[in-house]
Write a protein that binds this ligand. Structure first.
Ligand SMILES: *[C@@H]1O[C@H](CO)[C@@H](O)[C@H](O)[C@H]1NC(C)=O
Ligand SMILES: *[C@@H]1O[C@H](CO)[C@@H](O)[C@H](O)[C@H]1NC(C)=O
Ligand SMILES: *[C@@H]1O[C@H](CO)[C@@H](O)[C@H](O)[C@H]1NC(C)=O
Length: 740
């Protein structure tokens, strides 16, 4: 039935009845609505023997109605797709809508508002277009202009023009050909070349983390927190499987976003290969894999088709915590294989894990719904050094002890001894907004829906005869143990080098930024530029992740948020220009940033196109000095906003302390910063900064101080503007608030 409902969207199955009744009614009135088609159908139907003439007409009319109905659906879908291909609305300011947009809005509403299932819109989403090569090249040159000296820029322009007029056209033809048959001309290559073929460790380099609430821990009982968290995750899985989850939309609009990334959220692992890893997904998986003090367990979460109650899962987890048996030889640090280089892991897996007990046990981990670590440490903002502990908490989620999470699983949940939680997610199957959606739901369901008893235990009935969680059995030979040690050494070196700094910025938040009539994201991005300029004395190529999920199977696009205009503003501010001039330049910079963001979202970015041209050039075996140079430029500042998507699940009025800390990722360049931020409520922004200790020029704490100062300096500048009185309510909001 679900397939039927989804298959006929935007119509409903019952609309068939209307069409059929309509047709029959007109026939009853002695007119033929089909202009002879019904008679034709009647002649071709193999029914002559068994039915009366009237019966035959009836059946033919029904066949005709069905065909008519199906073509109406296809036509509706086609219309919706056409409507969704229109993106100009995003570039228009509120109150200054074009006539096209004014007509377009109600039409989209009409066609897309019927209650959809998770995947209902998929076939109506437009395909990501391939931009013209001239456009991409000129956008590229514009983006690097402020970063290059005149002679460097001249050289780059020559390279680019040479590329555009020769090789580029040839590569573009192949790419256009691919775009004709592929659902998305970027995503399969992106998944393969950026993620799966990468041979270095995925821990720190690719996996990212999500954190618990900042101020509160709903229970301090470890097993209970695990019970509710696992239950909430499984409830989410059920919603995904039944497609009951509402499809995500561009915030504040009815425009649907692609939901394809939900498909491989659960029952999924990345398995290592010598040349490339692959993502494996299973259609059934009724258990989770649990790690505790060096031992692995299988925990069945269903009993005769019934999902265990939170209390039952808590009890089962408690049994694992109470189990005092020691790890088997080689078992404790086995997970390090997933944290080190991929090739040795692939070789070990093939040689020692493809038969016998080792295969059976590894299968259980890989086929589990997801992975759970019961960590024996305490984490969170606590103790005598709450700030330092937040940093340690981030590091713990990013890499832990390098062997106590299973980095290959689509995600691993971590439950700490003091009840704090968090997760570590593998990156190839989806991007952060999809995982953040899952995690928001989990936190809210855990704290507000499932809840705890007064003494901090889970609720629900318990069936006394549940089987014990199953200890996994291993037979780990010395060769594997040796490899585990060397993988661990590689991973440990990587982990020890990560300098994480997490801090809530509490001076102001999106409320005050919006009163200055500035998009919060643009404000923060320009602040980051200013912070970087002060920290390093210059500008750098900056990566901001945006999404292309307006298109089918879209993933991300880069916003190059260091722009000519942001540099002009910062130079002016730092050289003591008048406030008024600085404000004018800031406005230009912020408008420019929003424009870049919208272009990236609507398929007019720079980087994915160039990346795909590069892949084509590799397939054809031709060298392009231009592409080679572009693709090897380091992103010294890599940034990402974690969007809050389900504010309705949280009630910040009555529970103001239940504020999410968001998540973060490891440093992208050896001598750069990774910055992730989440805009929570009206008055707070949480930052996650990462860099490498081995680089003498970076320091995450120092950069954190610069970020806070930059935010406050820019706010002071804007607040001093006599033209925008802060006490009056901001009207004329830029449209881009919808994107936040
Ligand atoms: C939009 O429609 C209004 C009223 O129908 C008309 O006056 C105006 O000229 C139109 N604007 C454009 C740009 O076509
Ligand atoms: C994962 O496994 C569960 C439990 O067997 C199953 O119901 C579900 O369909 C699977 N999920 C997906 C997305 O395949
Ligand atoms: C970038 O800024 C420089 C100097 O401020 C200016 O000369 C140049 O025209 C600008 N380029 C673009 C594309 O705006």
């Amino acid at each position: 039935l679900r397939h039927l409902i989804k298959g006929v969207y935007p119509a409903s199955p019952s609309s068939w009845l209307f069409v059929a009744i309509g047709i029959l009614a007109t026939m009853y009135m002695q007119s033929d609505p089909s202009m002879g088609l019904i008679t034709k159908i009647q002649q071709h139907l193999p029914l002559h023997m068994s039915l009366s003439a009237q019966g035959q007409t009836m059946v033919s009319a029904l066949v005709f109605s069905t065909l008519l109905w199906l073509s109406l659906i296809l036509a509706l879908r086609f219309c919706l797709k056409l409507l969704l291909s229109y993106h100009q609305w995003m570039f228009e300011k509120h109150g200054r809508m074009s006539n096209t947009t004014k007509v377009w809005v109600p039409l989209v509403r009409l066609l897309s508002s019927r209650k959809p299932l998770l995947y209902s819109y998929q076939s109506s989403l437009p395909h990501l277009p391939v931009p013209a090569i001239q456009d991409t090249v000129s956008r590229y040159l514009e983006s690097v202009r402020p970063l290059l000296t005149d002679p460097e820029f001249k050289r780059m322009s020559d390279l680019a023009n040479e590329f555009e007029s020769n090789l580029g056209n040839r590569l573009q033809r192949y790419l256009k050909l691919k775009a004709l048959w592929a659902t998305n001309y970027v995503s399969d290559w992106w998944e393969e070349y950026v993620y799966l073929r990468s041979r270095g460790p995925i821990m720190v380099n690719s996996n990212y983390y999500g954190m618990d609430f900042l101020y509160v821990t709903p229970t301090s009982v470890q097993a209970a927190r695990a019970g509710n968290t696992i239950t909430a995750l499984l409830l989410y899985r059920r919603k995904v499987n039944r497609e009951e989850l509402k499809p995500s939309r561009v915030p504040g609009t009815v425009i649907p976003l692609c939901a394809a990334q939900c498909e491989r959220m659960f029952n999924t692992t990345r398995t290592p290969g010598v040349e490339t890893d692959v993502l494996q997904h299973w259609l059934d998986s009724e258990f989770v894999a649990v790690y505790h003090r060096g031992r692995y367990f299988r925990l069945w979460v269903y009993r005769a088709g019934r999902l265990l109650s939170p209390r039952e899962i808590e009890d089962q987890i408690q049994r694992i915590l109470d189990d005092a048996s020691p790890p088997l030889p080689g078992e404790e640090k086995l997970g390090a294989l997933t944290a080190g280089d991929r090739i040795p892991w692939a070789q070990m897996r093939k040689q020692y894990f493809s038969s016998g007990v080792n295969k059976r046990s590894l299968d259980i981990i890989e086929r589990a719904a997801f992975f759970v670590t019961l960590d024996d440490e305490e984490q969170g903002m606590r103790g005598d050094d709450p700030e330092g502990n937040l940093d340690r908490y981030a590091k713990s989620l990013l890499h832990g002890k390098c062997y106590d999470r299973w980095f290959d699983k689509s995600f691993s949940v971590v439950i700490y001894k003091n009840g704090k939680s968090g997760l570590n997610a593998e990156h190839s199957w989806a991007d952060a907004p999809t995982v953040a959606h899952l995690w928001e739901y989990t936190l809210a369901t855990d704290a507000f829906q499932l809840g705890y008893t007064e003494d901090g235990h889970c609720k629900g009935d318990v069936e006394p005869s549940l089987p014990q969680p199953q200890r996994l059995v291993w037979n780990i030979p010395a060769e594997v143990q040796a490899q585990v040690s060397s993988s661990l050494a590689v991973a440990q070196a990587l982990a020890d080098d990560v300098d994480c700094h997490v801090f809530p910025f509490r001076e102001f938040g999106k409320g005050r930024i919006k009163k200055c009539r500035v998009s919060p994201d643009a404000f923060i991005q320009i602040s980051l530029q200013l912070a970087y300029y002060r920290d390093r004395g210059g500008f750098c190529l900056t990566y901001e992740a945006s999404m292309t999920r307006l298109f089918r199977e879209g993933r991300t696009e880069t916003v190059r948020s260091c722009s000519n205009e942001s540099c002009a503003f910062i130079t002016a501010l730092e050289s003591g220009e008048t406030e008024e001039e600085c404000r004018r330049l800031f406005q230009l910079a912020s408008e420019r940033h929003q424009n870049l963001y919208r272009m990236a979202m609507t398929g007019a970015g720079i980087d994915r196109h160039l990346f795909c041209l590069y892949v084509v050039s590799k397939y054809l075996g031709v060298e392009s000095p231009f592409l080679k140079e572009v693709l090897s430029e380091p992103w010294r500042l890599s940034t990402s906003q974690t969007p809050v998507q389900q504010m309705n699940l949280f009630d910040l009025k009555n529970h103001p302390d239940f504020i999410s800390l968001g998540g973060g990722f490891g440093p992208v360049a050896d001598d750069g910063y990774g910055v992730s931020y989440i805009i929570v409520g009206e008055d707070m922004v949480n930052f996650h900064v990462s860099s490498k200790y081995s680089c003498s020029q970076t320091d995450s704490h120092r950069f954190g101080v610069q970020i806070s100062k930059a935010m406050q300096d820019i706010m002071a500048l804007l607040s001093a503007d006599p033209k925008t009185s802060l006490s009056s309510k901001g009207t004329g909001q830029p449209q881009s608030k919808k994107l936040q």
